[in-house]
Design a protein around this ligand. Structure first.
Ligand SMILES: Nc1ncnc2c1ncn2[C@@H]1O[C@H](COP(=O)(O)OP(=O)(O)OP(=O)(O)O)[C@@H](O)[C@H]1O
Length: 243
């Protein structure tokens, strides 16, 4: 499991990414210890997805260093140590849920059993359904299964519950919690303070491409006022149906 014994699950230093005039990520430093569940909290455009894309090797930083278990993001992904759940895409309309998960399993050297993954992600009852016939929330759960199949040590989830209703959210977080209980590391992004509070050990609050607060959720909430971010904070808490 370990690439470099003792290295944190994730270490990011001086990370930057600019799109034209937009500083999507404007100098982020972040260390996530093994076994932590960390929420990347921020309103639209805060830079969460751009950060996550760079962490999992899907986007190239303009500047900065990223180490995943002490190795490059690509190396960690190649070894099946990182499970990635994207916000959208990744599914083929005519392929069933079981076939989709089996396909991803076939890409890994030591995948988890497909049936176990289907059950852990709460999609066993949808196994024979083609992706085209799934709801948005069901598709998200299949993407979760795809992220789990390598038995990753670090799970990275970009707004995992975006398309889910309340019941699906609850079920999803139970699955995520069961995964985290095995001592794995989870980094997830969310708009919802409630999700961060309920499911993360630690909250990293992003605003305009920067980390503006980092710590237990109570400490982060206290800092929001001091930082004059009440407006962003109100938007974050606007979704009371989140959990
Ligand atoms: N491919 C791209 N081309 C141009 N601008 C981009 C691109 N990706 C992101 N941006 C811009 O970078 C900024 C950060 O976007 P990002 O998607 O990382 O934020 P986010 O916190 O994930 O937001 P959301 O919660 O809406 O997904 C935004 O201003 C966005 O418009």
């Amino acid at each position: 499991m370990n690439i470099h014994e003792g290295a944190p699950a994730l270490s990011v230093a001086g990370l930057r990414k600019t799109y034209g005039e937009t500083r999507a990520v404007d100098g982020i430093d972040l260390v996530v210890a093994r076994g932590e569940v960390v929420a990347l909290l921020g309103s639209n455009g805060a830079g969460k997805s751009t950060t996550i894309d760079m962490v999992v090797g899907l986007a190239r930083p303009d500047a900065g260093e990223i180490a995943v278990f002490g190795a490059s993001a690509h190396e960690a992904v190649r070894r099946g140590m990182v499970g990635v759940m994207p916000q959208e895409g990744a599914l083929l309309d005519d392929v069933t849920v079981r076939e989709t998960v089996a396909l991803i399993a076939s890409l890994h050297r030591t995948p988890l059993p497909v049936e176990e993954v289907l059950s852990r992600a709460g999609v066993a009852d949808l196994a024979d359904r083609r992706a085209a016939l799934l709801s948005g929330g069901q598709k998200q759960r299949v993407r979760f299964a795809m992220a789990l199949v390598s038995g990753p040590d670090l799970l990275v989830l970009d707004e995992p519950t975006a398309a889910m209703d309340v019941a699906a959210r609850r079920e999803f977080w139970q699955s995520m919690h069961a995964f985290a209980e095995t001592g794995r590391t989870v980094l997830f992004s969310t708009h919802y303070l409630e999700e961060a509070e309920a499911y993360a050990d630690r909250v990293v609050l992003m605003h305009a491409g920067r980390v503006v607060a980092d710590g237990p959720v109570s400490a982060v909430m206290a800092e929001v006022g001091a930082l004059g971010l009440e407006d962003a904070f109100l938007r974050l808490t606007g979704a009371s149906e989140a959990v």
